[in-house]
Design a protein around this ligand. Structure first.
Ligand code: ATP
Length: 430
């Protein structure tokens, strides 16, 4: 049996991932597999932060269980397999009671709880991560699949809750989240020291932003989360956590989630046309040199097989702009980002082939070696010996950017965006 939950928090507090640990704490059923933390289209206007939705599978566990977290002194156990058990109505009742108890009461918070016997069609995930989904369409799909659901407020949360149950988990990473509740403030130097040591360890990513010296694993907003460490190996994350002074940080519980973070699942490849609020991968030639705009943003234009496209590196992408502005007309690039208000907001780009650019100067005199002077169209004269020449000298401009991938720093990276460090060997690129 699957339980999906979404839209329980607001900028003032709470976090749906924390609320899911409350459901796990209170159910009598066994947890099967890892709980899922599923990010959806980052451009939906009503998301509080990172458009996260949650799902778990419950039933009667089979196989050798593993510890994937703890609540106080009690371990959270997960079984590799399981079979059908439990009552759908009771599970919906439990989910709804916990959501009502812990949700933020805010006009922008519209929780949804979904209980389904099986996984929901993966097309729903595909649409919800890449595009926009209507509430009414999700209700029809849930009814067709005999799922139960509860809407609180306008109930928009059932979109994310259902999408989380339809995630096929093709590209998976993990996040270990540690919680202390109520919210606690901890010292900046300690956070920086911990993130830096996690950053240097094992297979984790996005824990520390070396370019901007930010302790990226610690959230900056009000939430019960103390930290989240991301990585591709669950056992590495458990080991990494053991090196952190969790008591000092006030940890009360932690849990390991399986996620679609760093999957690039939101990216639509080689589209015929672009829609506002969707994210794409597009190739084209630079048509002009990137120009700076007020506010520290940079814009350029590329020619693609479907017409010209404006691309942009915005101020919050910090050091990424330094690479972007080195592009020149003729460069062949593959850009990744969201199409919003007429331009692609870049998350990363691959410089696939460099355009060549030449500087034209009057030639050197073939008799005396002095640089000639330009007298008119195709007319060069040596001021020293009077010799004439009709063609200029062309020197190729030295480029300070090489072919390869360039990405925004950790502090500006979207949860879904795949870091270059995970792409591996450039194999996906060229
Ligand atoms: P947090 O990351 O802190 O959990 P959030 O950013 O996930 O918060 P929510 O409060 O969950 O934000 O709000 C997102 C809302 O958007 C939810 O109601 C969810 O159902 C809905 N939603 C998510 N993806 C889509 C989509 N593709 N189309 C339409 N609605 C969506």
């Amino acid at each position: 049996m699957f339980v999906g939950v979404d839209d329980t928090d607001s900028p003032r507090g709470m976090c749906t991932t924390y609320l899911m640990t409350k459901i796990i704490e209170e159910t009598d059923l066994d947890l099967i597999g890892y709980p899922s933390l599923v990010r959806l289209n980052p451009n939906v206007p009503y998301c509080t932060r990172g458009n996260a939705s949650l799902a778990i599978r419950l039933g009667k566990g089979r196989g050798r269980p593993i510890v994937i977290g703890s609540i106080g002194e009690n371990p959270i156990i997960s079984y590799p397999e399981g079979e059908e058990s439990g009552n759908m109505e009771e599970l919906l009742e439990l989910g709804s009671t916990i959501v009502r108890r812990y949700m933020e009461h805010d006009s922008m918070t519209n929780p949804g709880i979904v209980v389904s016997r099986g996984m929901l069609p993966t097309e729903l995930y595909d649409r919800a991560v890449k595009s926009f989904v209507e509430l009414g369409d999700v209700e029809i799909l849930l009814q067709q699949n005999s799922a139960l659901y509860e809407k609180i407020g306008n109930g928009r949360g059932i979109i994310g809750a259902a999408a989380a149950i339809s995630w096929p988990a093709l590209r998976v990473t993990f996040e270990l989240i540690s919680y202390g509740f109520p919210f606690r403030e901890n010292g900046k130097p300690l956070k920086e020291e911990i993130s830096l040591s996690v950053h240097r360890m094992g297979t984790t990513f996005d824990s520390f932003d070396p370019e901007n010296r930010r302790a990226a694993m610690f959230p900056s907003s009000r939430t019960p989360i103390i930290y989240g460490i991301r990585g591709s190996s669950p056992s590495d994350l458990i080991r990494t956590r053991e090196s952190i002074p969790n008591r000092t940080l006030g940890e009360e519980r932690y849990i390991l989630y399986r996620t679609n973070q760093a999957s690039d699942d939101h990216i639509i490849r080689d589209p015929e046309s672009l829609k506002n609020g969707e994210s794409y991968q597009v190739e084209g030639y630079l048509l002009d040199t990137p120009v700076p705009m007020e506010g520290g943003h940079y814009f350029a234009e590329i020619g693609t097989r479907n017409g010209n496209l404006k691309i942009a590196a915005f101020e919050p992408t910090k050091t990424f702009r330094a690479s972007f502005r080195l592009l020149l007309p003729g460069d062949y690039v593959r850009v990744y980002g969201s199409y919003l208000d007429g331009s692609m907001h870049l998350e990363k780009f691959a410089l696939l082939a460099r355009g060549r650019s030449f500087i034209r100067t009057p030639p050197k005199c073939s008799r005396c070696g002095k640089r000639m002077k330009n007298r008119g169209y195709r007319d060069y004269r040596c001021t020293s010996c009077g010799a004439r020449a009709s063609s200029a000298e062309y020197t190729e401009e030295k480029r300070s950017i090489n072919c390869g991938m360039y990405e925004v720093p950790t502090c500006a990276r979207r949860h879904l965006s795949r870091p270059i460090s995970l792409i591996g060997g450039g194999g996906d690129l060229f």
